[in-house]
Design a protein around this ligand. Sequence first.
Ligand code: PHE
Length: 469
Amino acid sequence: MSAEKTRDGFSSTLLALMVALGSAVGLGNIWKFPYMTGTGGGGAFLVIYLFFVFCVALPIMISEFTIGRRSRKNAVASFKVLTGNPHTPWALTGFIGVLSSYLIMFFYSCVAGWVYCYTFKAATGAFAGITKDSAGAMFMAAIGAGGAGQPFFSKIVLAPVFWHILVLVVIGTIISLGVAKGIEKAVQVMMPALFALLIICAVRALTLPGAGAGLRFLFHVDFSQVTPAVVLSAMGLAFFKLSLAMGVMITYGSYFTSDADLTSSPLKIAVADICVSMLAGLAIFPTVFSFGVEPGAGPGLLFITIPLIFSQMPFGQILLFAFFLLTAFAANGAMLSLVEVPTIWLSEEFNISRKKAALINCVLIGAVGVLSAGSADATGYFGGFKFLGRGFFDLFDFLSSNLLMPIGGFFIAVFAGYVMKKQDLAAELSNNGTLNNESRVNFIRILLRYVTPLLVLVILLNGLGIIKF
Ligand code: PHE
């Protein structure tokens, strides 16, 4: 049997799509996307986001799937295989992906830990009768605020560390079971459950009195709110939302079945991802407006406002549990994809077993993540340490989103558009001529050569402050 046949992979195109969607759907859908849509001009923001999905994200996702499936290797080795040169500098593009996935995990795992903690709290009825003050205090305790100057082995410091480690134990266990027996099986259960729970929460929210104000917030069309900064953030969101330039889609591409259509699959993933975000928006904003609360951004909305207002509604405790459970599932799917990137890389490049590679990664992420767990708030145990003016938590986020992601995305588009031979790209995207999609492939190649890299360069230069809008 050839090495290729023994390599683990997805069992069908549908499951491959579900797992890739599991990576795309994450914390970004539950609060980032709906909130950015609401404040960025509603329907106007959506049009701009869709433009970037089409011109930047889809061509890059198609390139990543192509690079992965053609080489059937991890994110680094794939470039070596495709260039036929084990010392190719293009392997650096893969390294950037592996590095970004580590950096994201160093803080994403902590946030996933807060979600686990809140799911547990909701299950045990801890939110019954909370007030604005107690909800705020509960969140500060969950993120380890006030840990500065306390002994390391105190409850306030160790609580977020405990949940962050628990996330890694769960994810590490699933990863070590394999692609088909681990990741695929877990996502197969979590994704349909996530959809079902989300629909229940959205229906409940939409039937509240005064829900219309929430719908207006989300769907009004206002181009006057679209500033250049909003345009750029829409592009960054498209990268983050669709898990691009992280090695994730190259790695998952390497597990795709040979008959999967790599040109239409990314479109399906992007559309389904938007649907989840919209459903999350429908669950959150009608509720927020119905209770007359300001729709605050970010963690505050998810961890303070939501528990506060859900617990005031009939069946609120059950709904809160459903809401945090679905958020935990979303975070798990994203974490699985992130841990898979360095796991298969370590395992293939250093010839060690998958289990050992997963263990090494989880220990590493667990250890470095402790720095994030202690620096999510400036008053945390490690809150006083600053690099480039940022604490560990913000630094990991900044380096991955503003720097490595656009650099990686740029080089991936250039690799697929200029370095890969036209006939190789066409062969992979047409499944060796069986799909008869020549004009579509030509169009994608034009985007990859002349549109995508230029647009990405713009966000990169802006992110670095070299050009300002
Ligand atoms: N797409 C995920 C989200 O929306 C985040 C993520 C980024 C996951 C990069 C994997 C890789 O939350």
